[in-house]
Design a binder for this molecule. Structure first.
Ligand code: TXA
Ligand code: MG
Length: 319
């Protein structure tokens, strides 16, 4: 990445434009948090409902105080442990944070991304950047510049290309209530890792039912490919039922040999969940480009990063 591109992106952001930046999780559609028109342009470009708030990206702990207040000790502990990194904290917002970012709520979601280009861009602009994943609302999150272009076509803004994202799934979103720490979204940091950093304090999970309106992004349907996606523990049985259809298979480590598979992608033949997470969204883009009738996606082990992967696949399968 040449720094002229970062300067160009910073200039566009200063002029109130939206740009695409790489992060360690997925690509983000970024704009100046203090420019209401620029933030509205993000919602418009994504077709995102205005009740779904955005994450504010910051470059340093000093800027954390600029956007949030009354920060709980547990939040500071997590931030010190995981930032820069794929952890988003939902905190009480400062008065200067625009309603359009928080969907009118009193909390703001904040994270410090661990990507040299994102950090250089934040450094160059001087203001924090609001950034949802750089995909049309409900479509698959992009982990490469090419997938951002596939999602937006001609409407794609200026893209800083940082190559493939290291983590491949979005940040873990955590909130704080008087009775403890809550997981709002499974993500690149596991619940176990959070609990270890909190020295054994239990992290409770918000269910889809209890999440709204706390975190509208938890609502079921999301990440949807154009093909019908079936999330299944029994790929062979589903293949049997799908005779005569164009079927794609997305598996964890198993390679299936049924003749009626049109395309098959195996995310980690050696069974590593990190590797599977990294390749997940790219595989969905790849399969969705094949014009299949059905994508059969295996249910992953319900542990560690497998929880975040299954969450994405379950929602991709939602009607
Ligand atoms: O890894 C990531 O988090 C990526 C990169 C670009 O940083 N961003 C991302 O943003 O995934 P987005 O907009 O696709 O997802 C933001 C999630 C949504 O589930 C949203 O509902 C939740 O964070 N969220 C944002 N603000 C919130 C708030 N104040 N309270 C509760 N949930 C919030
Ligand atoms: Mg998203």
């Amino acid at each position: 990445m040449s720094s002229p591109d970062i300067l160009k992106a910073a200039k566009l952001l200063q002029e109130g434009k939206v740009v695409v930046m790489p992060t360690e999780t997925v690509y983000g559609l970024a704009a100046n948090i203090y420019d209401a028109a620029a933030i509205r342009a993000i919602f418009e470009l994504k077709g995102r409902p205005s009740n779904n708030p955005l994450i504010v990206h910051i470059k340093s702990f000093e800027v954390l105080q600029e956007v949030a207040k009354n920060i709980p000790e547990a939040a500071l502990k997590l931030a010190r442990h995981f930032w820069p990194g794929p952890l988003t904290l939902v905190l009480e917002k400062q008065d200067t944070i625009l309603d359009v970012i928080t969907a009118g709520g009193s909390t703001v979601a904040v994270r410090m991304p661990n990507h040299p280009i994102a950090l250089a861009l934040l450094q160059e602009t001087g203001f924090p950047l609001a950034a949802p994943s750089a995909n049309p609302s409900n479509y698959i999150s992009p982990t490469s510049a090419e997938n951002v272009r596939k999602g937006f076509g001609d409407r794609a803004p200026f893209i800083l290309d940082g190559g493939p994202c290291e983590k491949g799934i979005e940040s873990t979103v955590v909130g704080f209530k008087s009775d403890g720490v809550y997981l709002y979204r499974h993500g690149a940091i596991t619940k176990e890792a959070l609990e270890t950093a909190l020295e054994g304090l239990e992290v409770q999970t918000l269910t889809n039912e209890t999440a709204s309106p706390a975190s509208p992004g938890m609502l079921l349907k999301h990440y949807s490919p154009r093909a019908k996606l079936i999330h299944t523990t029994d790929v062979e049985q589903q293949l049997h039922q799908a005779q005569g259809k164009q079927v794609g298979v997305l598996s964890f480590r198993t390679h299936y040999s049924q003749p009626n598979i049109a395309h098959q992608l195996t995310l980690s033949p050696s069974g590593k969940l990190e590797e599977a997470a990294q390749g997940l969204f790219n595989a969905l883009y790849e399969l969705d480009a094949k014009g299949l009738d059905i994508i059969l996606a295996e249910v992953f082990p319900e542990e560690g990063l497998g929880l975040a992967i299954n969450d994405r696949l379950r929602r991709a399968a939602a009607e």
